[in-house]
Ligand binder design. Structure first.
Ligand code: ADP
Ligand code: MG
Length: 469
């Protein structure tokens, strides 16, 4: 048996699995030479998903299955030597594509939960080659993939109530959540930056069904199976600062989505931002604006969605204590400048909210000190502010384009002057200025104010701390 059509290793080995599975299932292996042609010829094929279709193709071509029975179906599945089916990667995007093409899908039981998320799809699951063949001969029915009823939206993110003190950081987090703005937190070690970032998904609303399907489809192609019980929760990705460019943005000879795509419609948290390789960070610039990433490899291109909310954290200097009232920082100005210059201007320009997170005071940590507000209370305000935004122009504030900015972010003349003065004194770019307007819009929406007021604008300008230096 020979395979043509650019099979990669896992597909070439399909020969042995298919042969063994056919023999185990007591089918006849046709005598003579078999050529399996994987079309289109110039698209490389990877993975075990072709086993089942190859086996069925051999059976149909040798008259052991009625070929017409195959006509309305797409099959995918890896075969064990015994003919059992095994789950494959990327089942959900395959199911969505088959559904768009108006076809039914048969796939391994292991992929049933995932495939069931696609409500409009017609998907049946099987556990072995024999079962699929019996179905195609009309002898048995296959079970349909069904979506599990969603469990009550128990949020898995930790609760904001755990965070003591830090009122201004909590406020910035709420604004970031409400308008999907990017956020950078700068503060000494142990002040709660990572803690705050991990609590962002808990104050975001659940995803709409179409958004959640996009997330699940990317995860299916890149991160393994998704839990149908919490598939509508926004994703949260926290890659380590040693991650490579490919791990962050995607790639590989068989292009796979990277962290920025796995964070699509959710949160990408980059901790210890200055420790990241600068070249790796620079590739974020384009997807931060466009919301998707195109990966070009030799003959192929793959495009993945990457509309994520960036949250980053950093220490203010190499020792971590610059600006602390204790005066324990001994870094030289030059050291501090060099440390901060690891984050490029263009990247900083794209971060709407830049805040300082100071050390927590001892009194705030006392066991009897009042705890913070819970995530649920904050989420209600975030949801209300988002409803206002979506009703106004169908977009979250961070995603408003120039037209929407003109229409919905008008300032009073005095405020316009304030903004222009800030542009001058902070040397803000046009992009940064637009971002200030978007943040001001979110602050006004949180205050349920139709107009952007002076206080809203002033607060938004105050969030560009790092530009000031
Ligand atoms: N504001 C805070 N309220 C309660 N606990 C805190 C706070 N800040 C820090 N902690 C405690 O310190 C630990 C380390 O905080 P972390 O968020 O990792 O700090 P950072 O990322 O700023 O270095 C947390 O796990 C938590 O137990
Ligand atoms: Mg940390």
């Amino acid at each position: 048996m020979s395979l043509v059509g650019l099979p990669e290793t896992a597909v070439k080995e399909s020969r042995d699995r298919v042969r063994s599975a056919l023999i185990c299932a007591r089918f006849e292996l046709p005598k003579g030479r078999i050529t399996v042609n994987l079309a289109p010829a110039d698209l490389p094929k990877d993975g075990g998903r072709f086993d089942l279709p190859i086996a069925l193709g051999v059976l149909a071509a040798s008259g052991q299955l009625p070929p017409r029975a195959l006509a309305d179906f797409e099959f995918l599945g890896e075969l064990a030597l015994t003919g059992e089916l095994r789950g494959v990667d990327g089942a959900l995007p395959a199911v969505l594509a088959a559904t768009r093409a108006g076809r039914s899908v048969v796939l391994p039981v292991q992929n049933g939960d995932e495939a069931g998320l696609a409500r409009e799809a017609s998907v049946q699951v099987a556990s072995s080659l024999l079962e699929v063949c019996a179905f195609l001969r009309g002898e048995v029915e296959l079970e349909r993939a069904r979506r599990e009823p969603e469990r009550a939206a128990a949020c898995v993110a930790p609760d904001l109530a755990d965070v003591r003190g830090q009122p201004s950081a909590r406020r910035a987090l709420e604004i970031a959540a409400a308008g999907a703005h990017n956020l950078l937190m700068c503060g000494p070690p142990g002040s709660g930056k990572s803690m705050l970032a991990q609590r962002l998904p808990g104050i975001l609303p659940l995803l709409e069904e179409t958004e959640a399907l996009e997330v699940a489809a990317v995860a299916s192609a890149g991160a393994g199976p998704i839990d149908p019980a919490r598939w509508r929760q926004p994703p949260y990705r926290q890659p380590h600062h040693t991650a490579s460019g490919v791990a962050l943005v995607g790639g590989g000879s068989h292009p796979r989505p990277g962290e920025i795509s796995l964070a699509h419609n959710g949160v990408l948290f980059l901790d210890e931002l200055p420790e990241w390789d600068r070249r790796v960070l620079e590739v974020l610039r384009e997807p931060l604006e466009s919301g998707h990433i195109t990966i070009s490899r030799a003959a192929r291109q793959a495009e993945f969605p990457a509309r994520f909310q960036l949250v980053a954290a950093m220490n203010p200097c190499p020792c971590g204590w610059a600006g602390d009232p204790s005066g324990r920082c001994h870094c030289s100005n030059e050291q501090i400048a060099r440390y901060r210059s690891r984050i490029s201007g263009p990247l900083l320009d794209r971060i709407d909210l830049q805040i300082e997170v100071p050390r927590v005071q001892a009194a705030e940590l006392r066991p009897d000190a009042p705890g913070g507000e819970s995530s649920m209370a904050v989420r209600e305000r975030v949801e209300a502010a988002r409803r206002v935004q979506l009703e106004r122009c169908g977009l979250l504030n961070a995603r408003m384009g120039s037209a929407e900015l003109l229409a919905h972010c008008r300032l009073q003349p005095a405020d316009q002057t304030l903004l222009e003065r800030a542009m001058e004194s902070l040397q803000l770019s046009a992009r940064a200025t637009q971002r200030i307007l978007r943040v001001a819009r979110t602050i006004a929406d949180l205050a349920n104010s139709e107009r952007i007021g002076s206080a809203h604008l002033a607060e938004a300008i105050g969030y560009r701390r790092m530009d000031r230096r």
